[in-house]
Design a protein around this ligand. Structure first.
Ligand SMILES: Cc1cc2nc3c(=O)[nH]c(=O)nc-3n(C[C@H](O)[C@H](O)[C@H](O)COP(=O)(O)OP(=O)(O)OC[C@H]3O[C@@H](n4cnc5c(N)ncnc54)[C@H](O)[C@@H]3O)c2cc1C
Length: 440
């Protein structure tokens, strides 16, 4: 297996590093590479910060391991290699009546990346995280040997792998329980929420299978926290989905593209696009679940300086007070981009390092600048004080002390990981920055 020097970059384009990368095509090549030089795996590099970067080290790119191994059309159990993407699964199995049980907001993410960050989707409040639908995992350790881990076999290692940021080994393949879907269309109902209290109540009251909110990060005063609630149900319609054409952002956008007046005007228009009485629309599954995927390289819209995403989850008892204060700071700073999400989360999580908890999650993008770094650092502090958590898949600015405070099961996870990888060969930039494997 040959190693090629290349640059690894987080999706936010602020953090990057040069590494030697191997691109194996067969599980046997991974075993060979890993037994010889253990190195962390990377997927589609859709994590925003440094989760998939190993500066001056090595990394095993899993994207060529993208084959389906077996599928049972009666039970919906799929076994697939770790480099298979969410979109590949949706496109192949939705016509047969099955789809991934949990899907993040991009279909480019791979099975390995979705397990390692224990990702959540628009149905988290009902079905929990991606890891909760994983039946077993084939994992290669530092010795190049393959282990099967499942809730019955190597339970502690299995759980430490779910949300475990690749620190327990390389996920070669996994068995997943897919969920039934009757067509490739989804009925989406959109309603306006005029302020934060109304929005949070609407999210709490929703009984929809899929539910997500767009929030206007520029609104202030009486409109603080206004947005649009999207509730969706799979349909039995036999109409063919109308798919949008893919477009590409060809160059780094100039800084005025996301200037405060432009974003404010865009957000006003976006809010008013939904009538005050609400509206219903039929969409393709791809358009509803992955709204940004049709614009390839949309991260270039933030220009060369890149952007930071802030995503926190807050428990119910502190959520409203903290969100109000956060949104006030964000609106006053005039730094938010139109991409902002408010969602209700349920209690489901699969491993000790999984992000989600019962409460509310807020996610916002900020073009990279000194001012936005200071703002995100402040928001991270507020999250910690409120008993919430920052999402490692999105983070580029949290501190080791914050990570320790937010993830109380860190010590138990470290113990399992230490046995699996005693020499720290699977460490990445994120793990080093947040000292996730340091026991003190
Ligand atoms: C537009 C957009 C929307 C998003 N929406 C959501 C969302 O709604 N919900 C959500 O939870 N996340 C969301 N994300 C984040 C994304 O789902 C996660 O970052 C996911 O982990 C990306 O998968 P990947 O294949 O790109 O993994 P990478 O980013 O390449 O890697 C992520 C982590 O997984 C590890 N890893 C990857 N493959 C393997 C493997 N085979 N074995 C062991 N470890 C491995 C890496 O070491 C790294 O720690 C979104 C990202 C984008 C860009």
């Amino acid at each position: 297996m040959s190693w090629k020097t290349d640059t690894l970059t987080g999706w936010g384009r602020v953090l990057s590093g040069t590494a030697q990368i191997a691109r194996p095509e067969k599980p046997s090549s991974i075993a060979h590479v890993t037994g010889d030089t253990p190195a962390p795996a990377i997927g589609a590099q859709r994590s925003y910060g440094d989760a998939a970067i190993n500066t001056d080290g090595k990394a095993v790119d899993m994207n060529r391991l993208d084959r389906f191994i077996s599928f049972d059309a009666q039970t919906g159990v799929l076994e697939a290699e770790a480099g298979v993407s969410i979109t590949q699964m949706l496109e192949t199995f939705a016509p047969q009546g099955w789809m991934p049980a949990v899907m993040p907001g991009t279909g480019f993410a791979t099975i390995g990346g979705c397990i390692a960050n224990d990702v959540h989707g628009k149905n988290h409040h009902g079905v929990g995280t991606f890891g909760q639908h994983v039946l077993s995992i084939e994992l290669i350790g530092t010795d190049g040997k393959t282990k099967i881990v499942s809730p019955k076999k190597n339970k502690a290692l299995f759980e430490a792998t779910l949300g475990g940021l690749g620190q327990t080994g390389i996920i070669v393949s996994a068995k997943l329980q897919l969920t039934e879907c009757s067509s490739r269309l989804i009925q989406v109902d959109e309603r306006r929420a005029n302020n934060l209290s109304e929005f949070m109540q609407m999210l709490k009251d929703s009984t929809a299978t899929y539910c997500v909110g767009w929030i206007d990060g520029t609104a202030n005063g009486q409109s603080l926290g206004r947005g649009i609630l999207e509730e969706a149900e799979l349909t039995k319609s036999n109409m063919a989905p109308k798919l949008r054409k893919s477009r590409k952002v060809p160059f780094n956008a100039p800084s005025f593209a996301l200037s405060p007046p432009t974003v404010r005007a865009f957000n006003r228009m976006y809010f008013n696009r939904v009538p005050a009485t609400g509206r219903g629309v039929l969409r393709s599954l791809e358009d509803f679940f992955f709204p940004l995927d049709k614009i390839h390289d949309w991260n270039k819209l933030y220009g060369k300086r890149g952007f930071h995403q802030f995503q926190c989850v807050l428990p119910d008892d502190t959520a409203e007070r903290t969100l109000r204060e956060m949104l006030r700071l964000i609106a006053d700073a005039g730094l938010a981009s139109p991409l902002a999400v408010l969602k209700r989360t349920g209690p489901g999580r699969a491993g000790p390092l999984s992000f989600t908890m019962e409460g509310f999650t807020l996610a916002l993008d900020f073009p990279n600048s000194k001012k936005s770094v200071a703002l995100v650092e402040k928001l991270n502090d507020m999250t910690a004080e409120a008993g919430g958590r920052i999402y490692f898949a999105k983070d580029s600015l949290a501190t080791a002390a914050q990570a320790k405070h937010m993830y109380p099961e860190l010590a138990a996870w470290q113990k399992t990981v230490k046995t699996a990888d005693p020499k720290g060969r699977f460490k990445t930039d994120l793990v080093r920055r947040l000292k996730l494997r340091d026991s003190k």
